[in-house]
Write a protein that binds this ligand. Sequence first.
Ligand code: PEP
Ligand code: MN
Length: 338
Amino acid sequence: MIIVASKGITTDQLDRIRERVEALGLRTHVSIGESRTIIGCIGDEARLSHVPLLSIPGVDSVHPVMRPYKLAARDFAADRTTRVSVGDRLFGGRACLVAAGPCSVEGAAMMAETGRAVAGEGAALLRGGAFKPRTSPYSFDGLKEDGLRILTEVREETGLPVVTEVLDPRHAELVAGYVDMLQIGTRNMQNFPLLREVGQLQRPVLLKRGMSATLKDLLLAAEYVMSRGNMQVVLCERGIRTFGGETRNTFDLAAIPWLKMETHLPVIADPSHAGGRRDLVAPLSFAAVAAGADGLIVEVHPDPESALSDGDQSLTFDGFAALMRDLGVFAEAAGRTL
Ligand code: PEP
Ligand code: MN
């Protein structure tokens, strides 16, 4: 931690700051410059996290030098990458995994049809929401446990491991009993009771970036899950809120290489929610894979026009087939397979 002293700090104030820091077992090193005095704090920075340093007279600003996350930081993993197994698939290996399926599980027939179609085109996982977080309380909010049952039936038939969203800490065990991977959606990235709950389960977690979250917030959310013992976390960039309404969200492409440098966890992208339009899904997918994403999660529907949620951004089966065909070159260029 580096403390920058206010201009005109008195010797008494400087001594008080040093006493406060040293009382917590850290050492201090004062460097008096021409215009500024800097107090370097040497030792366990975490001990200072509870001290309201800015309110101590003579403190102008405070600059942490350590990362606030430990388990999620890249150096935590011996070879700096973690592989997360979901069923017999592996996130973070050479293969770029594509999870595909409808936004919502709407029924058994459409789900089976979609499962067969995406499996045939090389999808690695099946997605589908049974508990849906809807912005309006009047929108379709999923088939709940019936939806989970349908997902397991389609897994049985297609062999695809299943990822679905969990909304409520009280449902975490129930959902984990049915599916292979638990999705935490953008609206719940900082639902701390939910993060703690999934942290206690031994099910891989797909953690989506909050729509207004920084990448550090995302890593701290992952840290919540990991600090409870569940290290199987895959991160997902799904677009954030900026300005302009031409696209549903702003796809933060730089997030992918930044996260890959900062954490050992696998990183995937969701081009469907990022762009909000079917015709943006392929270009965003290409960019994500070229930037080093370990996979994608893509919405696909047998008849997007009649979808109960996110029809505008859902690919048709033909659209998904074209995406998978064209994605191959980008995967290869990035040294990956599909
Ligand atoms: C979804 O995957 O359907 C979803 C609701 O995603 P997000 O949380 O990113 O909006
Ligand atoms: Mn959706």
